[in-house]
Design a protein around this ligand. Structure first.
Ligand code: SF4
Length: 160
């Protein structure tokens, strides 16, 4: 399987203080070099395999989070970076905050920290790669099975 070796990520700031965003960007720079895993940061959800979200989700951002997630092709993995994305963090009690990213979409990996350190972000992405690989195997199996059933149905109708 080569999919694991070239995943693309999309990063969205749901409403962070920018602390976690700076660390996400730092993890992609040559110093921490997340790109050594073949990862590219894309701006297009339709090209992305891993959704990296920072900040808590609020009344303004929850629909954007959902839209990005829905536009990503399957299989996909979501990584919540920092305590705000995990649970709402220090903004949890704000009047317009709904909570962590999992109030809107399913989250696969939670990266702790305030701000999350680049080393933790890299650990989280590596975990996401394993999940992505497992999902891809399941996805291919399901697709093969669906094709098999379709052929069977077609044969059945032809013999009718
Ligand atoms: S976890 Fe900390 S650094 Fe990250 S967005 Fe929240 S307040 Fe900012």
């Amino acid at each position: 399987m080569f999919f694991k070796k070239s995943p693309w990520i999309i990063h969205y700031d749901a409403t962070s203080c920018n602390g976690c965003d700076i660390e996400v960007i730092a993890s992609l720079t040559p110093m921490y070099d997340l790109e050594r895993f073949g990862i590219i940061n894309t701006g297009n959800p339709k090209h992305a395999d891993i959704f990296v979200v920072t900040g808590s989700v609020n009344e303004s951002s929850h629909q954007v989070v959902k839209n990005i997630y829905d536009q990503m092709p399957n299989p996909k993995v979501v990584v919540a970076v920092g305590i705000c994305a995990t649970s709402g963090g220090i903004f949890r009690e704000c009047y317009n905050v709904l909570g962590g990213v999992d109030t809107v979409i399913p989250v696969d990996v939670y990266v702790p920290g305030c701000a999350a350190r680049p080393e933790s972000i890299i650990d989280g992405i590596i975990k996401a790669l394993d999940i992505l690989e497992r999902r891809l195997v399941e996805f291919r199996k399901a697709k093969t099975e669906a094709r098999r059933q379709e052929k069977k149905l077609r044969r059945y109708h032809l013999n009718d």
